[in-house]
Design a binder for this molecule. Structure first.
Ligand code: A3P
Length: 317
């Protein structure tokens, strides 16, 4: 039987559809509050601390995604939009730091290092992020008037992106990752429950939750960036639009520009398990999955998604 290299540092048995617990075990996932959490990287204790202690402010902005849905891109855009009156594009901290260093994760950064960090000195608006589903956010966020921006992406491209990203940990195939998604047993999965949680809140509270899609951001970056800025309370003025500020921000945060910045080419986030910032930038394309997944595999997950999202008005093409 073929062996697969895993993040445990030893070999794990080959994975067949009947070997249900293997993915979760080998990826270090724990089922916690209804979702699969990568607990070796994000201890459930840091999630509990976040849920218990985080006090949201109405001005807070929270970037949310599933891994590989476009988190890095969205963080760069949010940071640049919000700070455009403090920094020019030539002196923005994004030139020397990866977007993840400028918008930290609650669970994987802030509450992992300290169960009750003092976040009161951060200047307003405070920018945070998480991969957690809506149901697992701190209650203070749900009670406050803060803004949540959620980005999602078609799950097939996420699967391919994840498979390439996690090569530094495991050597599973793209089919293995597809199998995980079909079972809902991937990091922060199930995919459908994660997306539905934010989709439903974006319908219920549109001024607090913005639902974005990687594909739409790619297709019309300028319109989506304006939509994002407006939602954040940092709308572009007519003057800014006329003088090309929106286009400059879109170009600065584009895949080609960000990937070539020194911090992203050669940098590494201190204490992160990710060996190089380079890994956050692979190809940045829509629909790359057709080169990696068979039509039958795509159909299989499509059918599961259709069933899981039935009645919700949420669809993935
Ligand atoms: P691919 O692996 O398909 O290229 P995340 O930031 O959530 O980890 O997602 C990473 C994915 O977003 C990768 O997708 C990466 O290449 C892509 N990406 C990163 N920065 C981007 C940008 N500025 N524009 C478009 N895609 C970007």
């Amino acid at each position: 039987m073929e062996s697969k290299k895993s993040s445990l540092g030893s070999s794990t048995p080959d994975i067949s559809p009947s070997a249900a617990p293997s993915y979760a075990y080998a990826l270090g996932l724990t089922q916690f509050q209804g979702f699969w959490i990568p607990s070796r990287h994000v201890p459930t204790s840091s999630i509990i601390s976040f849920q218990k202690y985080f006090q949201a402010l109405d001005e807070d902005i929270i970037v949310v995604s599933k891994p590989k849905a476009g988190t890095t891109w969205l963080k760069a855009l949010v940071f640049t939009i919000v700070n455009r009156h403090s920094y020019t594009l030539s002196n923005t901290p994004l030139n020397s730091a990866n977007p993840h260093q400028l918008i930290p994760f609650f669970d994987a950064d802030l509450y992992k290092e300290n169960p009750n960090p003092d976040l009161s000195k951060i200047s307003s608006p405070r920018l945070f992020s998480t991969h957690l589903p809506y149901s697992m956010l701190a209650d203070s966020i749900k009670r406050s008037n803060c803004r949540i921006v959620y980005i999602t992406r078609n799950p097939f491209d996420i699967i391919v992106s994840l498979r390439h990203f996690f090569r530094f940990i495991d050597d599973w195939s793209v089919e293995d990752y597809l199998e995980m998604f079909c079972r809902g047993e991937e990091p922060y999965g199930p995919f459908w429950d994660h997306a539905l949680g934010y989709w439903n809140m974006s319908v219920e509270k549109p001024s607090n939750v913005l639902f974005m899609r990687y594909e739409e951001l790619k297709e019309d970056s300028v319109a989506q960036t304006k939509r994002l800025a407006e939602f954040l309370g940092f709308a572009f003025s007519m003057e800014e639009e006329k003088t090309g500020v929106v286009n400059q921000i879109v170009d600065f945060c584009s895949f080609n520009n960000l990937k070539d910045l020194e911090a992203n080419k050669t940098g590494k986030i201190p204490r992160s398990i990710i060996p190089s910032n380079k890994l956050f930038f692979r190809s940045g394309k829509v629909g790359d999955y057709v080169n990696h997944l068979s039509p039958a595999a795509v159909e299989r997950l499509s059918n599961i998604l259709k069933e899981k999202l039935n009645g919700s008005n949420l669809t993935f093409n």
